[in-house]
Design a protein around this ligand. Sequence first.
Ligand code: AGP
Length: 594
Amino acid sequence: MCGIVGYVGEREAQPVLINCLKRLEYRGYDSCGIALLGGRTEVYKDAGRIEELEKVLQSNESRTGIGHTRWATHGKPSEVNAHPHTDCSGKVAVVHNGVIENFLHLKEQLTNEGHTFRSETDTEVIPHLIEKYYQGNLEQAVTRALGDIAGTYAFIAIHADCKELVVARKDSPLIVGIGDKEYFVASDAPAVLDYTDRVMYLEDGDIVVITKNDIKITSNGKQVARPECRVPWSIEEAQKAGYDHFMLKEIHEQPRVIRNTYAGYISTIEPEINLEIKRAVDFDNILILACGTSYHAALVGKHVIQRLTHIPVNVDIASEFNYSDTVVGKTLVIIITQSGETADSIKSLKKAKELSCHTLVITNVVGSSATRIADDVLYIKAGPEISVAATKSFIAQLIMLYLFALARASVDVRSRGSLIAELRQLPNKVHEILDREGEIAERGKYLAEYENAFFIARGINFPVALEGALKVKEIAYIHAEGYPAGELKHGPFALLTPNTPVVAITTRDNTYETLLANIKEIKARESPVIAVAEEGDEEIEKYVDFVIRVPRVDPIFSPVVNTVALHLLAYYTAKERGCSIDMPRNLAKSVTVE
Ligand code: AGP
């Protein structure tokens, strides 16, 4: 959470910082600020979005500066709690992403030594520690300050008497963008794409001193080099391209994303899957760990892998695995994380490694923290996902899990061939749903009138019900619960009234007849029912109030088409309610705190 940026070079720093911050706003957007180096350190802050900050800026020709967009962890969103934070002299300024765990102790100590604190944040101890240790060399002061700090951080410090950025990283992502006589620092690569696609990914423990002509990276007291990489995304991919919201654009990108994800793995001549994880690894069971939407993909993956390979699969929420005594044997641990930076997922990955499991990360972000820890990586190639609500990355995660399972499928060759053929048809099937967007928008307007809803399904689509409910909560601020249809009568039935709509996913697989019976029970309680039903299913019309149609596919692929419909439903529900769709309140795209 939180986005940090830094610039040193020959351009005016202020517009560069603002531009980069706008690209990082998805990481946090409750307040923001910048600091510019000149004869002194100039700080501008606002308790709102970056466009508000722009209104209070004054012209400034500084060529060096830092910026921050915040997702509050310590202290409410306010101007005083916004970064950059400064020391007593006002010469040191710091932007920080992470959590300083021992800040209360440090604050007390520094206060006793005469330092005055203004904010409620953990971050503010950093500039004060730097002030305490500064004797004319900022790098040395930062290094000594780091000796006192416990916690996670990616921070950039500046000092009015120095013309450099000093940067430090531990457990929070940070990249350096390389230009011609200029360097950029940012929480992730898309932030700097307007200026350069040449980046270095910093490692935990790195301390970096950057001037416009030079960069020096130190780790454990020794100078080190980090390889330069090209960012595989273009700036156009990170823009809205005429859509009202990134979320809608990203939903519309899904046919292309599905092709991108399977391209390279499916041979066009002979329908085979060519997906081997790098190192030969002997496993007899799989454990998948993830958070949020990625967790829902994991739950679908469990059904798919078990059905096609008969390998036992368990799924755990990453943050819960971190406290569990899960017994692992010859276990392949798969971590699914769009960003590759989610703190809970990274911690579970490290724990799996400690337990000597072979680890595989399925992620979207090249060079992200998870990719540098795991034994193996599979990239979903969804392109940058800017909207906080994950959509295309979920669909791409599903495609990768289908590929993974098909590559190991114990079904006969003919069945595998026809499943692969059907997988290749999914982009067209998704197009068919997008063509019906208008009808789904109408259903969204209907759902928007309610404050509570249930999403139900059975079997492989139960995780899709969870996902539909999560999206409606996240972007439309409607309280929604995803339930296995069979569980509803074990308690939640008490909540069914004419004001509690139920969205039922009614794929015609082995769950269909029982689900129809469940819908009848729900209708007997007068709750309105919206069904997500296959083309050609006329029967369903008799039992429900509205039908959202999806194309017929093999039931194993039904989570793809059903989810696209539910993501559109959530989008239009949120739009009708006038919500901030791409940046929902209190949320951030990558959750880098536990
Ligand atoms: C979904 O719309 C979310 N915003 C959220 O649940 C997300 O999927 C979760 O935080 C996990 O993120 P990751 O895939 O980047 O690890």
